[in-house]
Design a protein around this ligand. Structure first.
Ligand code: UD1
Length: 353
């Protein structure tokens, strides 16, 4: 099949493009080379796809690229925490407006299949069980609690300690940052487009992706890359909170395969969100310890404190991806993190002034 991959020079988009070509598909690659991610340079690994340098907000460009395309794999986005209120127009423009322009162009070109890169950030805090009240949405963590080292959220109703559980796709949406809000908006725009056009959308909610080509240590990088950069400089990884916060670290090779499976699966009716995870939850402290051991570096240091809007535990339920897409992760944590010690990373990009 012929697939338009947006964000095709990026960490995930480039590996989706590689896998599609390896499986005999044809890729039309487009990337805006956003300065925050790329410093304006085309990474070497993307040259083989001969990407069109352009922006998904450019309707005329899309009208040229879409005819003859069977499906779109929309990875282009402005990523990161989205905590600086000054960045809101950029998130809304690249992620929300960009998706709206893309969907309208797909409608004009008669392309009715979309795989959308979404994120676990749409859930906010993960799922928790209270012994007394069952499944609950925890109360937001108060600054006074965080300052006192009480990191685990408590029951909104009785204040009791909670047990973290797996987050299914029908969990309520609770975006807590501009970035998260833009990912929810992308899903809503795509769902409305699907209803109006009869198109089908798989919204892949990525958990914490790591692996080769991850951007090096920048404010936009995830914790695996931050730890690797620290260790490469001989510094200990710094654990915020107590290091026991849990995530699902999923290898980018598995994320690329989930995209391939979604692109080649029968399109769903409307928009169907699917967690893309490893199904093997680990704490941030375990990530740091495993990577430090693989790199022969210093042991992690617990520094405490939490970033605003950080969530405590967010661990995915992998069942829907297995049932609907036949996706289960293949890269185990120990193996993926050990390889990450030497994986090639993307060079630092120009940062905003
Ligand atoms: C990350 C992404 C988010 C993406 C999501 C799912 C970033 C900045 N965040 O969110 O955009 O949608 O994964 O893929 O890209 N931590 C430390 N020490 C550090 C840095 C972080 O202990 O030096 C801790 C944080 O407190 C947090 C955990 O590591 O508890 C994970 O942080 P991070 O990698 O930024 O990921 P998320 O916030 O989960």
């Amino acid at each position: 099949m012929r697939v338009l991959v947006t964000g095709a020079a990026g960490f995930i988009g480039s590996q989706v493009a590689d896998l599609l070509v390896a499986e005999g598909h044809e890729v039309v690659a487009v990337d805006a080379l956003l300065p925050q991610a790329h410093g304006g340079e085309l990474p070497d690994w993307s040259r083989r796809h001969d990407p069109v340098l352009g922006d998904v907000r450019d309707a005329a460009l899309l009208d040229r690229l879409l005819p003859g395309v069977d499906a779109v794999c929309h990875q282009a986005a402005m990523v990161g925490h989205g905590l600086d209120p000054g960045d809101a127009p950029d998130y809304a423009s690249h992620n929300d407006y960009g998706t709206a322009v893309l969907l309208a162009a797909m409608y004009r070109a008669g392309v009715d299949r979309l795989v959308l890169a979404s994120s676990m950030v749409v859930y906010g805090e993960g799922r928790y069980e209270c012994a007394e009240h069952g499944t609950v949405r925890p109360a937001p963590r108060r600054p006074a609690d965080l300052d006192a080292g009480r990191y685990d959220p408590t029951c909104r109703q009785c204040g009791a300690a909670l047990t973290p559980a797996l987050v299914p796709e029908d969990a309520p949406l609770e975006p807590r940052s501009t970035y998260a809000a833009s990912k929810v908006a992308q899903e809503h725009l795509a769902a409305a487009w699907a209803r109006q056009t009869g198109g089908g959308v798989w919204a892949l909610r990525y958990h914490n992706v790591y692996g080769p080509r991850m951007p090096r240590d920048t404010p936009y990088a995830g914790v695996a890359s931050i730890f690797r950069s620290a260790l490469a400089d001989g510094r200990p990884p710094r654990l915020l909170e107590d290091g026991r916060q849990r995530r699902d670290f999923v290898h980018v090779a598995d994320v690329a395969r989930a995209n391939l499976l979604a692109l080649t699966a029968p399109p769903p009716e409307g928009l169907v969100p699917v967690n893309v995870c490893s199904g093997e939850p680990h704490s941030v402290g375990e990530l740091a310890t495993t990577l430090a051991a693989a790199m022969g570096g210093p042991a992690p240091l617990v520094v405490g404190g939490a970033r605003p809007a950080d969530v405590r535990h967010i661990v995915a339920d992998p069942r829907r991806a297995a049932e609907l897409l036949g996706y289960t992760a293949r890269v185990r944590f120990a193996e993926g993190v050990a390889a990450f010690a030497t994986d090639p990373l993307r060079e630092p990009a120009a940062l905003p002034a």
